[in-house]
Design a protein. Structure first.
Length: 473
């Protein structure tokens, strides 16, 4: 008869599981203090004064515009021409700032960084989100396919010009090494510098991490939405990037092909899950906050997301444990009175009621489940359960006071609501709090709360130890 694991091994496994049951803490919310932030980052500022179609955006925790002229916002997006000397090739194939990261002067880049950061974020004291949107090349060599292959070709040419006698395979190997090393140094130096200049902002790169799960067009019948294993492994090669980032900014823009389909939710869910996996994997004692970029409309169309797709994007992100979503849009949203009016009608009819519902549902869950010191996270990532206000317990009523949001909830959580939350969601505590319900405050090095927290964990571990020895007998 084959012997089972010894008591010591079994105990170690049980203790490991016990610690893993509690999610790593994460940064507390910024802006409003809500566990789930919904931000509006669409250049709709012209709808009111210029086109005479005012939009009520009070339901959103943050209102910003990605347009060039706006500074000192809660969300700042640094496009390729707004931050430092980003090397790239333009649409005509001309080299800009050296073309590839191997050719960039880090000294000159750093000098330009400070000037641009101080222009767009004027004060050191304010907290906010700072998103670097550099999409021309990717730091992992093999991901530079199709039009991005120019960066691999140029890198090979650089090596070949120095070593004309080398065989092609050696040139490729050296080119890959030089490109990836330079890309890493360029991105790391950028992050380190901007964090030092504006330390209260959360910094990260847009579209990092990516999941590369766009194969729904070719494989509609068999599409699962899962990130390919090879891409998950490549994301782990970017451990240096996750270690230096202070927030992650994945993207879940929905193509109209995915409209109101199960595939749409799967597409979003696995992209967010991969970002959350990266967020908790590469820091020993905490998880990075994840802010998900989405759009209020489908990609390349000014058609508002259906209710099902609002659930699949905003709702799915909230239920999985993201810190928030950023609704992004471009100038196409305000090209005419008609587009502004369409947006106004969509906001009133569908988007604002859903945003209010989810924003308050996540807040109520945090209060009820986590003592307000953490956010609720779905126990089973694939479960069909969301953080929505129950229609049996709440109703949304219009706000009347000046400055009040359009809608606010009236009601209270029922016992059935509390049971539902307890069954389907658990807490991810903010830094400084712990426990199944984030009830233990150990922000001080000593004190009653810390001692109670330690005592509680010690008791749990002793019980698990006793069970371990029982199982091993």
């Amino acid at each position: 008869m084959r012997a089972g694991p010894g008591p010591a091994v079994t105990l170690a496994l049980v203790l490991a599981v016990a610690w893993a049951m509690e999610l790593k803490p994460t940064a507390p919310p910024i802006f409003t203090g809500r566990p789930f932030v919904v931000a509006w980052d669409v250049p709709t500022q012209d709808c009111g004064p210029r086109l005479k179609v005012p939009l009520d955006l009070n339901a959103f925790d943050v209102q910003a515009s990605p347009n060039e002229g706006f500074v000192n916002q809660n969300i700042t997006i640094f496009y390729r021409d707004r931050l430092g000397l980003y090397p790239r090739f333009d649409s005509a194939g001309r080299s800009v700032h050296g073309g590839v990261p191997q050719n960039v002067s880090l000294w000159a880049h750093r000098k330009m960084l400070q000037k641009r950061v101080e222009h767009y974020i004027r004060t050191q004291e304010s907290a906010g989100l700072a998103v670097i949107d550099w999409e021309d090349w990717r730091p992992v060599w093999v991901r530079n396919w199709q039009e991005k292959d120019v960066y691999r070709r140029s890198s090979r040419q650089l090596v070949a010009s120095r070593h004309p006698d080398w065989p092609p395979d050696r040139i490729v190997k050296q080119a890959q090494y030089e490109f990836e090393f330079a890309a890493q140094q360029f991105m790391l130096e950028t992050l380190r510098y901007v964090k030092a200049v504006r330390p209260r902002h959360l910094w990260g790169f847009y579209l990092f991490p990516d999941c590369y799960n766009h194969d729904y067009v070719q494989n509609w019948e068999s599409y699962t939405g899962r990130c390919p294993d090879v891409e998950v492994a490549r994301n782990d090669q970017l451990a240096w990037l996750w270690a230096e980032s202070t927030a992650l900014f994945p993207s879940v823009y929905l193509d109209e092909t995915l409209a109101s389909s199960r595939h749409g939710r799967n597409f979003v869910s696995f992209r967010v899950q991969e970002a959350l996996r990266v967020a908790r994997t590469h820091h020993a004692n905490h998880a990075l906050p994840v802010y998900v970029f989405t759009r209020p409309t489908y990609s390349r169309r000014l058609t508002g997301l259906s209710e099902m797709d609002l659930i699949s994007t905003i709702g799915e992100s909230a239920a999985l444990g993201a810190a928030g979503v950023i609704l992004w849009g471009d100038a196409g949203y305000t090209t005419s009175t008609e587009t502004c009016q369409y947006l106004k009608d969509y906001l009133t009819r569908l988007l604002v009621p859903y945003v209010v519902n989810v924003s308050w549902a996540t807040q109520y869950c945090s209060w009820a489940q986590c003592h307000g010191h953490g956010r609720c996270v779905r126990r089973n990532p694939s479960a069909n359960t969301f953080l929505h206000l129950s229609t049996n317990s709440f109703r949304l009523v219009p706000g009347h006071a000046p400055g009040e949001p359009q809608l606010r909830p009236v009601g209270e959580l029922s016992w059935a609501d509390l049971d539902h939350l307890q069954t389907h969601f658990r807490c991810q505590c903010y830094l400084g709090w712990s426990g199944e319900q984030c009830q233990w405050d150990h922000r001080q090095a000593a004190g009653g709360a810390s001692e109670a927290w330690a005592e509680s964990h010690l008791t749990s571990l002793l019980v698990l130890a006793a069970l371990a020895f029982t199982w091993a007998l």
